[in-house]
Design a protein around this ligand. Structure first.
Ligand code: C2E
Ligand code: MG
Ligand code: MG
Ligand code: MG
Length: 280
């Protein structure tokens, strides 16, 4: 009967839903264990001064070294970590690893000015303990605050404006610098951006990937670079994969770069590079 078919559909749907929920809770348990066992690693991708080619620093990007599944990329577990609050512990671990590593690198001759960038989730931004934790990690590792940059996504700041602004000001007061990640993909109000204690915007890869051919993307990159100049913000282009992209962006006035063209994210031991430069 029609009712029977409908019931079958419903039970099929419920079974599917149950499987999804089971997978999710299994994943969650694995992630909790992973955080206890130290399976989450900070990897590092160079950030480079375009004119000189010298390394300015690196962005820390988390990887999960799963015992059975191998390396898992953040897109696959950051959303779950955010939904469940685990991203607070995860973020803390990445911050610690990144700062500890940066202290070591800054001891190398020529690497004294090395800066480390660490991603902050919206969830961390609304955690009342965040500022204290950042301060504690700087003290414990001995990293000077000015060597740390925290990346917040455009949507993270824009979603939660009033509270976010208080926290961002407290972080800036510690002496760390702040950058807006994935710039251009959110819905920034320029007036609001102007009021934020940020010193850098990162052009999202979406606007870089089809350069140099896509004229609209070229115009958008030009616009972002102009916004940066108007607000006295540094501008870094993400996802640069070719010399032609780097050349065009440099021609448009962008000074700092990150992307496979300069280096893929890698474990600290494999992170290479010559001497560290100052931003041009
Ligand atoms: P993001 O912060 O915008 O990081 C840039 C992403 O672009 C990284 O992906 C990086 O590997 C990738 N990428 C860099 N250069 C290129 C390129 O030339 N071509 C292409 N196709 N991709 C490039 P990844 O490592 O998979 O990270 C994805 C996102 O996960 C990050 O985007 C960030 O939002 C989030 N994430 C990573 N680590 C952390 C973390 O420790 N905490 C938090 N809260 N989020 C993190
Ligand atoms: Mg980032
Ligand atoms: Mg980004
Ligand atoms: Mg991104």
């Amino acid at each position: 009967s029609a009712g029977g078919a409908a019931n079958q559909q419903v039970s099929f749907f419920v079974t599917g839903l149950n499987e999804q929920l089971q997978k999710r809770s299994q994943r969650l348990e694995q992630l909790k264990l992973a955080l206890q066992c130290g399976e989450l690693e900070a990897w590092f991708q160079p950030q480079v001064d375009g004119a000189s080619g010298r390394i300015l620093g690196a962005e820390a990007l988390v990887r999960w070294r799963h015992p059975d599944e191998g390396l898992i990329s953040p897109a696959e577990f950051i959303p779950l970590a955010e939904e469940t609050g685990l991203v607070i512990e995860l973020g803390q671990q990445v911050l610690e690893q990144a700062c500890r590593q940066a202290v070591l690198w800054r001891q190398k001759p020529g690497w004294e000015a090395f800066k480390i960038a660490v991603n902050l989730s919206t969830v961390q931004l609304s955690d009342s303990k965040l500022v204290h934790q950042v301060k504690a990690v700087l003290e414990a590792t001995g990293l000077p605050a000015e060597a740390l940059e925290l990346e917040i996504t455009e949507s993270a700041v824009m979603d939660n404006t009033q509270e976010a602004l208080v926290v961002l000001n407290q972080l800036a007061d510690l002496g760390v610098s702040l950058s807006v990640d994935d710039f251009g993909t959110g819905h920034s109000s320029l007036a609001y951006l102007k009021s934020l204690p940020v010193s850098k915007i990162k052009i999202d890869r979406a606007f870089v990937k089809d350069l140099p051919d896509d004229l609209q993307d070229k115009a958008l990159c030009q616009a972002v670079i102009s916004i940066g100049a108007a607000l006295d913000l540094k501008v870094l282009a993400e996802g640069v994969e070719t010399q032609a992209q780097a050349d065009l962006l440099m021609h448009l006035g962008c000074l700092s770069f990150q992307g496979y063209f300069y280096g893929r994210p890698s474990p600290a031991a494999e992170f290479s590079g010559g001497s560290v430069g100052q931003p041009g």
